[in-house]
Design a protein around this ligand. Structure first.
Ligand SMILES: NC(=O)c1ccc[n+]([C@@H]2O[C@H](COP(=O)([O-])OP(=O)(O)OC[C@H]3O[C@@H](n4cnc5c(N)ncnc54)[C@H](OP(=O)(O)O)[C@@H]3O)[C@@H](O)[C@H]2O)c1
Length: 323
């Protein structure tokens, strides 16, 4: 397993890491299997885990808390998120900052997350949505500074809205943000344009999320795949988006080198970028944990294939079904 510094936090995090959304929010989860997958990830050297209060109202945080408790001999890094008080994803400039992250909401949820994780201090606490129009609000600065001063968090981060990688750069420039979480994968290449250079300049950690495009790059989805009511992916992979996505996946397969799987190419595409600190792959199954974590040592794709994959860039705009 390879480790990279999470920006200025200096946390040496595994470059392939685990995201816990699916464990509490998606159909097809089996709790025992999820906890086993978490433990296997620890055993294989994964030390960074991304969760959020919104993932099952603390369910994912509690799963991570169990894993931390069972592995006190290891330094594991826990990242969680404060949900927006107005319950709206994504953030929009017309929402007032105090509708979304009023201080009592932030500190109240930070306490609930600490309790679920079983830790006094959260390694990385992120806002689950963000709009850069809030950057200059003094309440934002006061909250982040107090979270750190009071030892509630070691580091603060933003999880930026889907397909809006630039909507966070102003906040990053305040110096308050230690790490940014952004969708980055072989389709969604545009964080490379503006966000990543700023992160490199200011030594802000980059957490690449949704590396497998919510599963389409796992190689198992087809045009016939459906999801049950209540599963977020039912809306995301609506017939129109599923059709377009599978067209893109088919084109991507044409560039797949012999002997390489689609998820391997997708994850190693991200590993090739030195600005990325860690890749949080959603994994609930031991088989996926074993396969994906092994890619860390394989490292990034070679320059020739990276160049070929540039043409698969897919610039998407937020839609009513995308968050
Ligand atoms: N707004 C936000 O802040 C936000 C939004 C989205 C995601 N996230 C974070 O990012 C993490 C990752 O994103 P995600 O989970 O949404 O999507 P993802 O990582 O792009 O895809 C996850 C899907 O890929 C499957 N998979 C994993 N490895 C595979 C492999 N080797 N072969 C085939 N399929 C494989 C998983 O299956 P199994 O689950 O069955 O193993 C799961 O269905 C989340 O868990 C969460 O921590 C944050």
């Amino acid at each position: 397993m390879q480790y990279r510094a999470l920006g200025k936090t200096g946390f040496p995090v595994s470059d392939v890491a685990l995201g816990l959304w699916g464990m509490s929010g998606w159909s097809g989860s089996d709790d025992a299997e999820s906890l086993q997958a978490l433990q296997l990830a620890v055993d294989l050297g994964c030390n960074f885990f991304d969760t959020a209060w919104a993932y099952g109202d603390g369910k994912s945080d509690s799963f991570l808390g169990k894993t931390l408790a069972a592995n006190r001999d290891k330094r594991l890094y826990a990242a969680s998120k404060i949900p927006p008080k107005n319950g709206r994803w994504p953030a929009r400039p017309q929402y007032d900052y105090n509708e979304v992250f009023p201080a009592e909401h932030v500190f109240g949820h930070a306490d609930k997350i600490r309790h679920a994780l079983g830790t006094d201090t959260i390694d990385l606490l992120q806002f689950h949505v963000w709009d850069d129009s809030w950057t200059d609000r003094p309440e934002f600065r006061n909250t982040v500074e107090k979270l750190k001063r009071d030892g509630i968090v070691r580091a603060f981060g933003l999880s930026v809205n889907r397909w809006e990688p630039e909507n966070g750069i102003r906040a990053i420039r305040t110096g308050l943000v230690d790490a940014v979480q952004v969708i980055y994968n072989v389709f969604d290449q545009n964080p490379e344009d503006e966000l990543f250079p700023v992160c490199a300049e200011l030594n802000v950690g980059v957490i690449a999320r949704v590396p497998l495009d919510e599963g389409s790059l796992g190689g198992k989805m087809t045009r016939e795949t459906t999801f049950p009511d209540g599963d977020w992916r039912k809306g995301y992979f609506n017939p129109e988006n599923l059709r377009r996505t599978m067209d893109r996946v088919d084109r991507l397969r044409e560039d797949l080198p012999a002997g390489m799987s689609l998820p391997e190419m997708a994850i190693r595409y991200i590993l090739a970028n030195p600005v990325v600190s860690t890749i949080i792959v959603g994994m609930r199954k031991s088989e996926h944990v074993r396969g994906n974590l092994a890619l860390s040592d394989a490292g990034g794709l070679d320059a020739g294939l990276m160049e070929t994959l540039r043409k698969h860039r897919w610039v998407r705009k937020p839609a009513p079904w995308s968050d």
